[in-house]
Design a protein around this ligand. Structure first.
Ligand code: FA5
Length: 335
């Protein structure tokens, strides 16, 4: 090969290198180009042995041209790598561009009924009660018999119950949880039980086929109606605040004796709203769960959660709770 041929070949290789280098757009493509031209068997490296075959007078110039190509190729590849890493960090910078307007992600919040349930739980936890739960599908035994309402007793009609089978039903009140707790706990017992109930009630402004009750049960020695009245008053004070009036009147429940009913009135309102029933636990119920009515006594209540929320927040129709209207739900975003 003459020195002119070699210079011609160097020019061709340079062209080919520049074309391949310009097309390389990833680190691995850049590495491929490096190996193809500058690697041990690369096109540029392979040209060096030809220098030895050149006549002495042209060898120096051809050697310089070849070295220059090798240096240029190495520089170009380094420049390609730099461009790629600049582009990558530019992309990263753009990914967290704090000057762009944010993307709005709507965050939900608990429903008013959950908020009220939690508030009530907090108040009673503060008074030393535990929170108990029971199944929404109940046995007839826990829902009626153990509560002193045997089969055929007319009081069963007070709870318009959805039956699932001959012995299973959707609980129409939370009172069966009293039984479950007493069956598994020695006295003293101090629990509340918030939970969903179901009744075949026609829907109107104060009735819904599905609603919540909060049950309370306190069994100890020497409890009386006066203690019940005290607990109700402290609760009303803590949950509703000042100005709400309460009224207890006589009632009948097979599982309490005596039994009372609680009505409440908003400040400045004329009409009373029934909140729930209460009373001293009937000795027959205590005996049924294996307690000795001679040594322990206690009281219970079952209050409607929606009714309490309605009074506290001025809600006039119980149907709004489940109407799924966001304009209603969003008014009660917890702080
Ligand atoms: C009972 O369910 C008794 N278990 C309460 C009780 C517990 C008495 C412990 C004594 C001792 P009553 O059927 O009255 O009682 O219901 C209690 C409250 O649940 C009602 O005052 C009302 O606030 C609420 N409630 C009942 N039915 C509905 C309904 N269909 N929709 C909304 N709230 C209801």
């Amino acid at each position: 090969m003459s020195s002119g041929d070699l210079e011609q070949r160097i020019a061709e290789v340079r062209e080919a290198f520049l074309e391949r280098a310009a097309a390389a757009s990833t680190p691995s493509e850049i590495e491929e180009v490096r190996v193809a031209f500058l690697g041990r068997k690369g096109t540029i490296s392979q040209l060096f042995p030809s220098l030895g075959a050149l006549p002495a007078d042209g060898r120096a110039a051809a050697g310089a041209a070849l070295n220059a190509l090798k240096a240029e190729a190495a520089e170009q590849l380094e420049a390609c790598r730099q461009r790629l890493s600049d582009a990558a960090s530019d992309g990263e910078r753009r990914a967290v561009d704090i000057t762009l307007p944010g993307v709005y992600h709507s965050v939900g919040h608990p429903h008013l009924l959950s908020i009220v349930q939690r508030e009530i739980e907090e108040i009673f936890l503060g008074m030393g009660f535990d929170v108990a739960v029971g199944p929404e599908i109940e046995t007839e035994y826990h829902n009626f018999e153990a509560l002193n309402i045997p089969a055929g007793h007319p009081a069963r009609e007070d709870w318009d119950t959805f039956y699932i089978s001959d012995t299973l039903l959707l609980r129409p009140h939370t009172s069966p949880v009293q039984i479950r707790v007493m069956e598994s706990t020695e006295p003293p017992v101090r629990i509340i039980c918030p939970g969903r109930c179901f009744r075949r009630d026609a829907q109107d402004a104060t009735h819904s086929p599905t609603f919540f009750q909060v049950e309370l049960l306190w069994i100890d020695e020497q409890l009386s109606l006066a203690n019940l009245r005290y607990v109700i008053d402290r609760f009303v004070e803590a949950f509703f605040g000042p100005g709400y009036e309460t009224r207890l009147s006589g009632d009948f429940f097979p599982f309490t004796e005596p039994s009372v009913q609680l009505h409440m009135r908003e400040p400045g309102e004329e009409s009373w709203l029934e909140i729930g029933g209460a009373g001293m636990v009937d000795p027959a119920v205590l005996e049924c769960v294996g307690y000795d009515p001679e040594t322990v006594s206690g009281f219970a209540f079952g209050f409607g959660l929606e009714r309490m929320a309605m009074l506290k927040y001025g809600i006039r129709d119980i149907r709004t709770f489940l109407a799924n209207d966001l304009r209603f739900i969003r008014q009660f975003r917890p702080a």
